[in-house]
Design a binder for this molecule. Structure first.
Ligand code: UFG
Length: 332
């Protein structure tokens, strides 16, 4: 049945792809975004990619009155909450901003939802909640820890959601622990356009392929991995988006709080990703080995089996496809 879905952060990289897949699943979408790390162009891009219109409200999730109005005015039935700050290094420099936005925004939104009587919630969590995991692939049952304020906000958010679900059994809440999102919509019309200098590997690799960066700095080649460089589970953003639809559509048949990994279940190294991007772009991407980046772990790979068993979801698209789609979006 078609639902009215509020997508916070829906103009961002992941949010705009989630909005596309929620629309493609036949639901109506209302996007709330404050454009701190996203662009106005995302909204028409989502509409062009789907041939459907979206309702857009420019607002901040920390604005309680604005959230109550959006939920009420658009008869929202479920919320996918992705609006948050997400740069690990920045969170170390500006912890209060991360707690205010990521925790303050979450609590405000949940409080507004309770006032209006909306109890279905999908939360954008992260594999960062596993800290430096001992067991790889990582199951959801692995111990949780945080190594920086950004990670703390994701961990605390999951704890808040768990407490809330215990307090009132009308809540149905799923946290989705993303591994490393990459790729873009196959049309090439929606892409990741980080403001400022890219922090993550794929945007840096693409900047080097475009010629905007001389070379990719490879942070460490002495890890205990296949070639010494860091291994990650790179999930195509379209797969990630379909995971949100699967979670959303399971909410009404369940209750309480639960968390699921969204990943492929297999990892590749930094050098393997650079090679895949070189192949997809036809450009020999230059790189240089540098020191390890503080706080990085050797390997982070999902055990995605619970999402498959419970949500009927699994990732389908590999790294070659992700590099091809990302490169197409860069060329436009
Ligand atoms: N890397 C480089 N050079 C770069 C950027 C990254 O070698 O210029 C390496 C990193 O050392 C790591 C891998 O590429 O081995 C991936 O790094 P990213 O920065 O792309 O991603 P991370 O795994 O560090 O971070 C991601 C999310 C975070 C989240 C974290 C843990 O971006 O939000 O996963 O789940 F906290």
């Amino acid at each position: 049945m078609a639902q009215q879905i509020l997508v916070t952060g829906g103009a961002g990289y992941i949010g705009s792809h989630v909005a596309v897949e929620v629309l493609n699943a036949g639901h109506d979408v209302v996007i709330v975004d404050n454009f701190v790390n996203s662009s106005h162009e995302s909204i028409p891009a989502v509409e062009a990619a789907t041939g459907k219109s979206v309702t857009f409200v420019e607002a901040d999730v920390t604005d309680r009155a604005a959230m109550v109005s959006v939920l009420r005015d658009h008869n929202i039935t479920a919320v996918i909450h992705m609006a948050a700050l997400k740069a690990v290094g920045e969170s170390v420099d500006q912890p209060l901003s991360y707690y205010a936005n990521n925790i303050g925004g979450l609590v405000t939104l949940l409080d507004a939802m309770a006032e209006v009587g909306v109890y279905q919630f999908v939360f954008s969590s992260s594999a960062t909640v596993y800290g430096d995991a001992k067991e790889v692939p990582i199951p959801e049952s692995a111990p949780l820890s945080a190594t920086n304020p950004y990670g703390q906000t994701k961990l605390m958010a999951e704890q808040i959601l768990g407490d809330l679900a215990v307090s009132d059994d009308r809540w149905s809440i799923l946290a989705l622990r993303y591994f490393n999102p990459v790729g873009a919509h196959p049309s090439g019309t929606i892409s990741e356009a980080p403001k400022g200098k890219p922090n993550n590997l794929m945007p840096s690799v693409m900047a080097a392929a475009r010629g905007d960066l001389d070379q990719v700095m490879v942070f460490g080649d002495d890890y205990d991995t296949v070639d010494g460089t860091g291994v990650r589970d790179y999930i195509h953003v379209m797969d990630l988006a379909s995971g949100h639809v699967a979670a959303l559509e399971s909410l009404s048949a369940r209750a309480g709080f639960d968390a699921y990994n969204l990943g492929l279940g297999s990892g590749i190294s930094v050098l393997e990703l650079i090679a895949a991007a070189s192949k997809a772009s036809g450009i020999d991407i230059a790189y240089e080995i540098a020191d390890r980046r503080p706080g990085d772990v050797a390997a982070s790979v999902a055990d995605p089996s619970r999402a498959k068993a419970d949500l009927g979801w699994s990732a389908k698209l590999d790294i070659d496809r992700a590099c091809q789609d990302t490169w197409r979006s860069q060329k436009r």
